[in-house]
Design a protein around this ligand. Structure first.
Ligand code: AKG
Length: 269
């Protein structure tokens, strides 16, 4: 699928490099509205900021999640419409990713979960910081092209496997400094990381998994009931997708839509 309608280069970059940096995706007014919502969510949830990176979906409060998803959708959808055929993209959920000011807030190199059948089409993850970001407050680093070297099935129970040591990965990474409201679109599978936030304040960003509208949303899962050497692919709604992170099989209704071989160390594909 061509993700970005009028911008052939952007779609090509997403396919070839695995990412694309869009400057000024949100306007300053959009950023102010998203920051207002972020402050309200912090007030309502009453969760301590903590030291480690966290996402608001995992607060497990469905009212707060609905407030975030609804509020952010009204801000992001019109902007996405300008650069993409929004009818062809499903934003699965809209969330805040928060990096507290702490030496423990690093996210090491990883590739996000697969949320589609990647032998057919990949999903994308959209990352939109609400502050200017740089190497000191935990900006994003990406490894160009790495999405082509990661196993296609990645989930809570099936880690991403990529060649090379973390140090090599860090050396081949590109740092993406952003202005508040920029968007980095990453192909699912792109290896990326963000260093600890060494500033004085938390660093919020929007975090949005997205898939082509004509692809089912998949939750890959395995436990003791899964046949040895296989991973279950369950077709899920966005609500089930979120619930499955905490509730596992209880959130997955019925049998999987398919079984896929579990990737192993030697042959990630
Ligand atoms: O928010 C960040 O610092 C990075 C987000 C990220 O890497 C992720 O959600 O996979």
């Amino acid at each position: 699928m061509r993700w970005f309608t009028d911008d052939v280069l952007a779609s090509k970059q997403l396919t070839v490099d695995g990412y694309r940096h869009f400057s000024s995706f949100l306007s300053p007014d959009d950023v102010a509205r998203a920051c207002g919502l972020y402050e309200e969510v912090l007030r309502r949830s009453n969760r301590p900021m903590g030291d480690e990176w966290w996402v608001t979906t995992l607060l497990g409060d469905s009212d707060v999640s609905a407030l975030i998803d609804g509020g952010l959708r009204t801000i992001v959808s019109p902007r996405l419409n300008r650069i993409a055929d929004a009818d062809s993209i499903q934003m699965v959920l809209l969330d805040f990713a928060i990096k507290p000011p702490s030496t423990m807030s690093e996210l090491g190199p990883h590739a996000d979960h697969s949320i589609t059948d990647e032998s057919r089409a990949r999903g994308a993850y959209l990352w939109i910081p609400l502050q200017d970001t740089n190497e000191y407050n935990g900006t994003l680093y990406v490894v160009p092209g790495s999405h082509n070297h990661v196993n296609r099935v990645r989930s809570l129970h099936v880690p991403a496997r990529f060649d090379g040591s973390f140090e090599e990965i860090r050396r081949s990474a590109v740092r993406i400094d952003c202005q508040a409201g920029d968007m980095v679109a990453m192909s699912a599978g792109l290896v990326h990381f963000s260093p600890p936030n060494q500033s004085e304040t938390p660093r919020p960003a929007l975090f949005i998994p997205a898939i082509p509208i004509d692809e089912p949303l998949l939750f890959y899962y395995c436990d003791d009931a899964t046949p040895e050497g296989w991973v279950e692919a369950h077709e899920v709604s966005a609500r089930q997708y979120v619930a499955a992170f905490t509730d596992g099989r209880a959130a997955l209704e019925g049998p999987p839509s398919m079984l896929v071989p579990k990737p192993n160390e030697i042959s990630p594909w």
